[in-house]
Ligand binder design. Structure first.
Ligand code: FNR
Length: 388
């Protein structure tokens, strides 16, 4: 039990180096990390309305604990895409992690592997996908890893990314649909801070043979031209639902669409032969004034819960947030900023701290509320005091 380990260490005079209230990581990160990197991670679109809406959407719901139900033995494990995972949590794709810590994605991925939880590697990682896969295998051979695709304009680069990801053992493809354009992000704009222009977060592209084939000179001879080439092919805002057939053709495993907020879009995902969706507004970083992700969740679950795996992110900070997301119908959650802060504050150990605290708090919330397995959670475990 994580909490007794902490108390016992306290007998020897040791207290945790990072807060165990994960909601406090942000303020610590703000004090310790540079304003550019911190602003990039913490910031949202516009004046931050959607970031706030994500928290409000979760906070509106309250857990109604039930008593005398024998919660002595719990099992947090869930099955996702045919694989049993020790808990319903994965690390969300977060790009450019080298701005948080020099150990970057490999450190976060090793922390996930150590807990047996999936690591979703961003297309925009600062480390090539093969190196991240190796880092995970060093901890646990075949550790669960998924690849997030920012779907490039260039077909050859797309096909090459998918082939490389499959060869490196990434099993699930997560296709992000809400970032064809970078949103209006005043916190980054005010500092004129965009890591990609410095060639940070471009590792998968710069190491890709199909990408390199489009350059007149090797990346190291003309880095500016490489950055420009990256910026031009990064995304294709003209994509439509019909284009998904192309991905289905080039990816054998499960495909999950990330950034779904409308039940009709979730139905279209199912109709297009997709395997899952992530109900997400990109942590409030894309459309300012958008619906809180947790507010979108129940209707999407009603629409496609029997056909698709429904995952959730945006706003999850603590164990009770995980509980609420599952009770609203998600099968698992992705964790974003909290692990990025953990990485920034203490590298791999910081991410492990975040994951262990989150799982311990979720386990305790489950038990103290009268449940022993994630699958038992339904909306009956919650109430909304404001609409009673
Ligand atoms: C992200 N997110 C993201 N999503 C994605 O599909 N590919 C990416 O490269 C990134 N990069 C990224 C960078 C940073 C700094 C942040 C904070 C987020 C979005 C991420 O996967 C997830 O949707 C949100 O982070 C979830 O919200 P919370 O947990 O941060 O509130």
């Amino acid at each position: 039990m994580q909490q007794y380990e902490i108390y016992l260490n306290g007998l020897a005079g040791a207290v945790p180096g990072l807060p165990t209230d994960l909601a406090r990581l942000e303020e610590l990160a703000e004090r310790r990390l540079g304003p550019g990197p911190f602003g990039y991670v913490a910031g949202g679109a516009g004046d931050g309305k959607t970031v706030r809406a994500n928290r409000e959407a979760l906070d509106r719901w309250r857990i109604v604990p039930r008593m005398l139900r024998d919660v002595q033995r719990r099992d947090l494990s869930v099955e996702l895409f045919g694989t049993r995972l020790p808990a319903p949590v994965a690390l969300a794709p977060v790009g450019v992690l080298s701005i948080m810590h020099e150990d970057a994605e490999p450190a976060a991925a090793r922390a996930a592997a150590a807990q047996g939880l999936p690591f979703v590697l961003s297309s925009a990682s600062s480390t090539p996908l093969e190196q991240v896969a190796q880092a995970m295998d060093d901890v646990s051979e075949g550790a669960a890893r998924w690849f997030q695709l920012y779907w490039p304009k260039d077909r050859d680069v797309t096909v090459s990314f998918l082939a490389r990801a499959a060869a490196a053992g990434y099993r699930v493809l997560v296709v992000t649909l809400d970032t064809w354009l970078l949103a209006w992000r005043p916190r980054d704009l005010d500092q004129a801070y965009l890591p990609f222009l410095h060639g940070i977060g471009t590792a998968n592209y710069f190491t890709d043979p199909a990408f390199q084939a489009g350059l007149a000179k090797p990346v190291h001879e003309d880095p500016n031209a490489a950055v420009l080439h990256f910026a031009q092919m990064f995304a294709d805002p003209s994509k439509t639902w019909e284009d998904l057939a192309f991905l289905r053709e080039h990816w054998d495993g499960p495909i999950v669409l990330k950034g779904i907020l409308h039940a009709d879009d979730a139905r279209r995902a199912a109709d297009a032969g997709m395997d899952g969706v992530v109900v997400s507004n990109h942590g409030g970083r894309q459309v300012n004034g958008a619906i809180g992700a947790a507010d979108a969740l129940p209707e999407i679950v009603r629409a496609v819960g029997d056909r698709l795996t429904v995952l959730f992110d945006s706003g999850v900070r603590t164990g009770d947030d995980v509980f609420k997301a599952l009770a609203l119908g998600a099968q698992a959650v992705l964790l974003g900023r909290p692990y990025a802060y953990g990485l920034g504050l203490d590298g791999q150990a910081g991410v492990e701290h975040v994951l262990r605290c989150l799982l311990a708090e979720f386990d305790l919330t489950l038990a103290l509320s009268g449940y022993t397995e994630p699958g038992q959670l339904t909306i009956d475990a919650l109430t909304r005091p404001d609409v009673r």
